[in-house]
Ligand binder design. Structure first.
Ligand code: UD1
Ligand code: CA
Length: 469
């Protein structure tokens, strides 16, 4: 009995993507924050182990391989791209040993694993030589059309490419998705009979349908329930509409899990983002990469959060940028805070307007509410960082650390010249430039004393009022 383990998955990804008018290889264009090809591989990995996935590359092969190498797949080289049929010929040696192969297209990225599994099961149950996944999208223009022997039959006569459709065939609505299951023996027994007798002078994999019918083997079609799953990405407009579909899917999944999203069509949320229940996302929020957000948070408009961990009950006010950082429970940020890589904002801490942090740990309950730069700093709990405080962490060559211990108070407009340490409970007077360590509980003043000249302004006004001046 042929089982699922006898399947390899072949992904065709060698084409240039001429219609995108882009320098970048088509399968490296991104939707939902990942290359098209990565989406297809992720779906394939749900069906077979990565070592049974063979990716055919050709155009910009190094770039394409580098982008998906970590996913553990195998590669096949199609040095010159002479069509989808030729692509499969190139994979022959690597996959002929499997009883069946599933062929996916690197530019059909929305395919769901469940649909691939259905195709596999249908193909096996019907003992077909070739099973074509089809769909009926609202606009079939541009796709190959699948011609069945009759409307109510599984059996297929041929696939006809758009440019070769006869007048009457132009009415056919059932499209070829570019996704197939093949029994390898009949496939490779007949593949050398493909010809280049078509408008592009290419070897079309689609012509295998008619060839296999001619060789008296069974070619059948299975229609996908949701045509949106098999739409291709041949132009930047199509790419953007696939991106919108995936973003909408993600928002729907999150909303189903208890996350409120006020205007989901304005939010950009990558597929791996996790969010706890009762968190609210306001319009125009972007959550990217491996971001994880807890419960009962509110992320206000125009915030962009990448690869960061946000705990429960956190308030992110409008316009914050948070990258590769962690925010502990109950913290409040923004508006307009810039939390750069390596920042750890402690429980209940406050980071306010135009405050930038980098590689900085701000302890529990500490506050830096206005116009401040905190770089390479270790800041304890209950610290108050006054408006306009700057850690001078860079001497032009090296970066140095500023340490501020628990309960210290940094007066406004202070510059802390690192390396420097402010001891527990110490005070730094406003406007100080601190270059030496400040011991615990001390007051440090690093500024010139104020001089007050009594009556000076009045005298000046009098002087000016004299005639002739
Ligand atoms: C193909 C099908 C068409 C189907 C459509 C679905 C053919 C001849 N036509 O058309 O019936 O409706 O997909 O999306 O197959 N590729 C290679 N090597 C090559 C050529 C292409 O690996 O030499 C790869 C491409 O990178 C792409 C996939 O195969 O990922 C499909 O190629 P593409 O040129 O986009 O075919 P379509 O014109 O879309
Ligand atoms: Ca295509």
């Amino acid at each position: 009995m042929t089982g699922a383990s006898d399947f390899a998955i072949v992904i065709m990804a060698a084409g240039k993507g001429t219609r995108l008018k882009s320098k970048r290889a088509k399968v490296l264009h991104e939707i939902a924050g990942q290359p098209l090809l990565a989406h297809v591989i992720r779906a394939a990995q749900q069906i077979v182990p990565a070592e049974n996935i063979h990716v055919i590359t050709g155009h910009q092969t190094e770039n394409v391989r580098a982008a998906v190498e970590p996913m553990g797949v195998k590669f096949v080289l199609q040095a010159d791209q002479r069509g989808t049929g030729h692509a499969i010929m190139c994979a022959r040696e690597q996959v002929a040993g499997y009883q069946n192969i599933l062929v996916l297209s690197g530019d059909v990225p929305l395919i769901r694993p469940e649909t691939i599994a259905r195709l596999r099961d249908f193909h096996l149950a019907k003992k077909a030589a070739m099973t074509i996944l089809t769909a009926e999208p609202p606009d079939p223009f541009g796709y190959g059309r699948v011609i069945r022997t009759s409307a109510d039959s599984d059996r297929v006569k041929a696939i006809v490419e758009q440019k070769a459709l006869s007048k009457s065939q132009q009415k056919e609505r059932e499209i070829n998705s570019g996704i197939y299951a093949f029994a390898t023996r009949p496939l490779f027994a007949n593949i050398d009979r493909l010809t280049t007798a078509n408008v592009h002078g290419e070897l079309y994999l689609t012509d295998m349908a008619a060839l296999l019918v001619k060789s008296k083997t069974k070619v059948i079609a299975l229609k996908a329930a949701d045509a949106a799953e098999v739409l291709g990405a041949n132009t930047l407009a199509e790419l953007s509409s696939l991106d919108a579909t995936l973003r909408a899917r993600k928002c729907n999944d999150l909303m189903a899990a208890g996350v409120s999203i006020y205007r989901p069509e304005t939010c950009v949320i990558d597929p791996d983002v996790e969010i706890g229940a009762d968190t609210i996302l306001e319009p125009f929020v972007q959550l990217l990469g491996r971001t994880c957000i807890g419960s009962d948070c509110r992320i206000r408009s125009f915030s962009v959060i990448s690869d960061s961990q946000i705990a429960d009950n956190v308030l992110i006010r409008p316009g914050c940028i948070i990258d590769q950082s962690s925010i502990a429970a109950g913290a409040q940020l923004g508006p307009y805070s810039h939390i750069r890589p390596g920042s750890e904002i402690g429980e209940g801490a406050h980071v306010g307007n135009f405050v930038e942090t980098k590689k900085t740990r701000l302890g529990r309950g500490s506050k830096a509410n206005h116009l401040t730069y905190l770089g390479d700093s270790e800041i304890g709990s209950g610290v108050n960082v006054g408006a306009g405080t700057i850690t001078c962490n860079y001497d032009g060559v090296n970066k140095h650390v500023t340490v501020i211990e628990d309960g210290a108070f940094i007066g406004s407009d202070s510059t802390l010249v690192a390396p420097v340490r402010i001891g527990k409970g110490a005070y730094v007077a406003a406007g100080s430039t601190i270059t030496d360590p400040v011991p615990a509980d001390a007051l440090a003043l690093g500024r010139t004393r104020q001089i007050t000249k009594e009556g000076w302004a009045a005298e000046r006004r009098e002087e000016r009022a004299k005639p002739g001046k």
